[in-house]
Write a protein that binds this ligand. Sequence first.
Ligand code: PLP
Ligand code: COI
Length: 359
Amino acid sequence: MDIRLEEIPQEEQRPLFEDAGKLGFGSIFTDRMLTINYNKDKGWHDASIEKYKPFSMDPAACVLHYSQEIFEGLKAYVSEDGRVLMFRPEENVRRMNRSAKRMCMPEIPEQDFLKAMKELIVAEKRWIPKAPGTSLYVRPTMLGTEAFLGVHPAAEYLFYIILSPVGPYFKGGFNPVSIYVEDTLVRAAVGGVGDVKTGGNYAASLKAGLKAQEKGFSQVLWLDAKEHKYIEEVGAMNIFLVYGDKLVTPPLNGSILPGITRASILELARDMGYQPEEKAITIDEALEDIKNGKITEVFGAGTAAVVSPVGSLYYRDQNIVINDNQVGDVTKKIYQRLVDIQYGRAEDKFGWVHELGRI
Ligand code: PLP
Ligand code: COI
């Protein structure tokens, strides 16, 4: 696959963020994006890295009516010695193709997808921030663009990747977040699309998110759709419960997103001498175990959120504080090991890091 590269004259280039240390999440975009088109006759064609600009789209485009859309989220980093790095990008490529299959969209050959993503990042590398805890967030997206009002898979698609220099996902940075446990509304049910990355899952989560925010909580913890009993995941991250040196996370039951950070932490935990376990756990059991001190820490894990300590869980008028609302030792150690690998500071014994050249 050849990718056309548009040069952007100096005077048309966007100014870089003024202070990378103050970057928030996802509101600044780089000069260029990557686009590839698909139709049934030509397959994937016309790959280009071009100026970041709005799309024009038919008002009947299928994505606008029936949400045939999937996306991914991963990051590029600069190491202290100037190497451009990515963390397990092939896992995001595979997950995007699993999402494509579930949503009846065309898969993208893995090598083409990886090459496209890497070429875009290299072309835009001046945008990768270097301040501690910052990175370049990469957002591959696919939309059904065919114009029609019947309900069937589109015959035409647009795949694109945009890039956003980011700081912490949560305003407080690496500090405990307070979480609202939702016992009525549901994000996803087994058999639905909760285990793939499609926009509708996030639209379905907004109402509970607002409810939590109005009550002063920063995130929602979802329970299973059938019994409203089993812990599933948080809005943008998977969840881990720490029992001393045992790390428990809910199993991939079909309605939880199989997080790449989750999978990495399960491997790292074992390597660090902890005992990771994928086990269904009810909210009642978890709250009881926090109260009786068996659960010593709780944290969330995701690309945007990295490792995020959880300071309290609010469930049915009870606010249960975890570890005195402090960041726990296990959470700190897991966080440190993960980011040290991602930023190229620690040995990458699992072969997770891809090097894209130098800044
Ligand atoms: N769960 C949901 C709903 C998410 O949106 C994310 C973020 O992508 C995750 C979990 C964590 O997944 P990952 O670690 O692959 O970023
Ligand atoms: C991510 O962690 O990459 C996510 O997609 C979470 C969120 C920004 C939707």
